[in-house]
Design a protein around this ligand. Sequence first.
Ligand SMILES: Cc1cc2nc3c(=O)[nH]c(=O)nc-3n(C[C@H](O)[C@H](O)[C@H](O)COP(=O)(O)OP(=O)(O)OC[C@H]3O[C@@H](n4cnc5c(N)ncnc54)[C@H](O)[C@@H]3O)c2cc1C
Length: 394
Amino acid sequence: MALDWQKYDLFQGTEEHQLLRQTMVSFVKDEIEGQALQNDREELFNLKLFKKMGSLGLLGLTVDPAFGGAGMDTLSSVIVHEELSSSDPGFCLAYLAHTMLCAHNISINANEEQKKRWLPKLCSGEWVGAMAMSEAEAGTDVFGMKSRFVEKDNHFILNGRKMWITNGTLDENNTPADCVLLYTQSSKKEISTFLIEKSFEGYHVGQKIKDKTGMRASNTAELVFNDCKIPKENLIGKEGDSLTHMMRNLEIERLSLAAMGLGIAKRCLREMNRYANERESFGKKIRNFGQIQKYLSESYAEYMACRTYVYNTARTMKLDQFGQRLNSDAVKLASAQMAKKVADRAIQVLGGYGYVGEYHVERLWRDAKLLEIGGGTNEALEKNITKEMEEKKF
Ligand SMILES: Cc1cc2nc3c(=O)[nH]c(=O)nc-3n(C[C@H](O)[C@H](O)[C@H](O)COP(=O)(O)OP(=O)(O)OC[C@H]3O[C@@H](n4cnc5c(N)ncnc54)[C@H](O)[C@@H]3O)c2cc1C
């Protein structure tokens, strides 16, 4: 959808975007908010609620309607991630892994036959998807991955392990996701992409990773591949050509993670604004104290600066093109740090109450911390940004 941005407000977008925002605000209020605290405490992923998002057209948000998707754009992804994260960032991370890292990636990089085979199930919620890049010994250093595939008797055979995979398991019983979009290497050390289906011989969930600091409403798992037999038709793209898939998908991933930072900050601002009006100390509402005003005002200013940067990056990012690396990295770097800082100030404004779960901001602080690690650490982004600035002769 090519937009004439002269006509639209940066944050509102088109009527379609406004409708999406209204849908999300109602869905979050009616369905997400009530379950967020408990699922964080119990480390549970709400699969039933997740599947319901399929009937709202949210699980294939950017996928072509010909394959069951909603056919929406980059700004739509920002709206959905921002609103979900204002209530339940953990649940939102599971949504991101399924929708942007798996379904969206397939819709951009797979062939027509593969899209027909997989996308309708991912868009409806019949299947839950994941994306596996990281390994225990290789996160930032992608080319350090140790998993390997070889071609044998009209199949590919994969050996190795993947670590930290969101949606890698769906429950406490190590039930695998229905499919995993997986990056791995051949002996030539060139990256290829496969879609691993849960029925494949030689594939199982190693363990659910428990006791995470935050994002506890999403499952994270280790995946194990022992001579896993992959049919040739599950190779996405050509053998060895996946560096571009990976880099292109990282752009929308990082922008969506930046939008999650906005959602966290917006909620924390609302919580501290409300509390500063209710709480009295020394006979005055605490919003009259200069130090509390500094927490509120600086948080608002930093949130709005980031929000403008996120929405402007969404405005110019094309889903099927490569080339927004500098801004997708920089906007995630800025928004992740802003979200954690705003959540930290919110805890401070709420005092002792801010430190307990019922008041939400401590959970949001714990969730915000992941944004500085997942999808590229702060340090990795700093390295990339510095390189890009040199290359682009900024
Ligand atoms: C809750 C959660 C969910 C996740 N979900 C997924 C998922 O769905 N799929 C997936 O593939 N992965 C996922 N990850 C993995 C995540 O992307 C990695 O943890 C992240 O990329 C960092 O990799 P690492 O943990 O191996 O740390 P490392 O890369 O080993 O980094 C350790 C430290 O060294 C620093 N460092 C490393 N290299 C450099 C360098 N060149 N310059 C400066 N500093 C450097 C890092 O910034 C960091 O501070 C998830 C992680 C978590 C915690």
